[in-house]
Ligand binder design. Sequence first.
Ligand SMILES: *Cc1c(COP(=O)(O)O)cnc(C)c1O
Length: 243
Amino acid sequence: MATIAEQLAQVRARIDKACGRADRAPGCVALMAVSKTFGAQAVLAAAQAGQRSFGENYLQEAVDKMAAVQTLAPALAGQLVWHCIGPIQSNKTRLVAEHFSWAHTIDRLKIAQRLSDQRPQDMLPLNVCIQVNVDGGANKSGVPPEQALELARAVAQLPRLVLRGVMAIPEPAPDFAAQLAVHQRVRAVFDAIAASGPQGLEHFDTLSLGMTGDLEAAIAAGSTLVRVGSGIFGARPPQAAAT
Ligand SMILES: *Cc1c(COP(=O)(O)O)cnc(C)c1O
């Protein structure tokens, strides 16, 4: 079986190749390692292979894992950047505000407001993305595309948040062309918000799009940050595979 370091190298090679095909500079697409359901040792193995950004869906699991990594490897732990990519309920906003650098799943102003209010003063502002439900799929999270601009404008005003971009989890599509089509719709939402700037959008630079199965199409559509789980860490137990 391939090690985490080997799988990471393969994913990085896929990203570079996709950048080449899309005429995009190598290095313009960042990689987030989605470590949900995998333990602190898996995070450390990836970190030792150079990975710094990690994504988590389940908040209590994530916070426990961060503490375990801190205990096992304090110096390395300080260099890691944690992204919340799971749904955020009102009663969990404090965990996100106090432990993460990024939250990708903002789809209601109320949640954004709570995150801003609860972000500790001794931490940098929380980076956030607006989650867009681009295909109305079974994954009901995300704001409809036509409401994304209004939400983005409101979120951009919040003092302890930095609006960084747009995120989506499109339904699986059968082939590259179908994946590309749906990813391009997310890209169009990103472009529409960017064009409404510059006020409050000084740091709006992130299109969080693409997973193990569709990262090539996401990169062709302009993704700047792919979120890869199983491609790095292996298959997850089926009940935990969905968000
Ligand atoms: C689980 C998850 C991923 C990673 O999915 P893989 O198919 O394992 O790469 C990416 N983004 C989100 C929001 C997820 O929940």
